[in-house]
Design a protein around this ligand. Structure first.
Ligand SMILES: CC(C)(COP(=O)(O)OP(=O)(O)OC[C@H]1O[C@@H](n2cnc3c(N)ncnc32)[C@H](O)[C@@H]1OP(=O)(O)O)[C@@H](O)C(=O)NCCC(=O)NCCS
Length: 183
């Protein structure tokens, strides 16, 4: 059951100066543990990554959500690799600060990223990994058409324990076609 947001939130593309705000949103151990971040997030490295994502030719889309003038969430689509034959694939990541969870922000970010992927970005497959006990995130991903494709054992060290993740992916439900009649 989703609570009403305490104030309207807005979504926009992230810029390098958002790095401190994103790091603050991710700093809560409950959020950090479910991402592949480590405590004492390297804000300078995050700022550089955000700047690099804006370089000509890059296809990343990184969004932030703002609530009450603060960044409370971040989510992005990133190329799955440099291989020509994997150009149709992107990876997805998302994190909502603990006090802002359960208010529809994760849903709105997913909707925005998938609209971009499906209608603008020429993306046919979106991949992610999620810790197997992260039921909230798995429920969100399932709602948006992601399916579990497999499980990786001991995938990442999480607060002192090697934890398992599911690989999930979503294929474009209705891939675009050419809009003119055949000759
Ligand atoms: C997972 C996460 C992104 C969801 O974002 P959110 O803003 O809290 O979610 P929303 O309020 O938009 O809810 C969207 C859906 O998430 C699921 N969800 C939300 N809260 C839930 C809860 N307490 N229990 C189970 N499912 C829940 C539901 O499917 C919900 O859909 P519904 O409201 O139609 O029932 C957020 O909790 C988060 O960032 N968690 C920490 C970091 C993380 O786990 N990131 C994902 C790494 S793979």
């Amino acid at each position: 059951m989703r609570a009403a947001p305490s104030a309207p939130f807005t979504l926009r593309r992230a810029v390098p100066d958002d790095a401190p705000g994103i790091a603050e949103a991710y700093a809560d151990p409950d959020v950090l543990a479910n991402l592949l971040q480590v405590p004492f997030i390297n804000v300078a490295a995050m700022r550089q990554r955000l700047a690099e994502q804006d370089a000509p030719g890059r296809t990343d889309l990184q969004l932030v959500a703002e609530l009450g003038g603060r960044i409370v969430a971040c989510a992005g689509l990133h190329p799955a690799g440099a291989h020509l034959r994997r150009r149709h694939v992107m990876g997805l990541g998302i994190g909502v600060a603990t006090p802002a969870q359960g208010q529809g922000i994760g849903h709105a970010l997913m909707q925005a990223l998938l609209d971009h992927a499906d209608r603008w970005g020429q993306v046919l497959r979106i991949e992610l990994t999620v810790f197997t006990d992260n039921t909230r995130a798995i429920a969100l991903y399932r709602k948006f058409g992601f399916r579990i494709e497999g499980t990786h054992r001991g995938f990442a060290l999480r607060d002192g324990v090697y934890a398992d993740v599911h690989s999930m992916a979503r294929l474009h439900p209705d891939p675009p076609v050419l809009a003119w009649p055949p000759e």
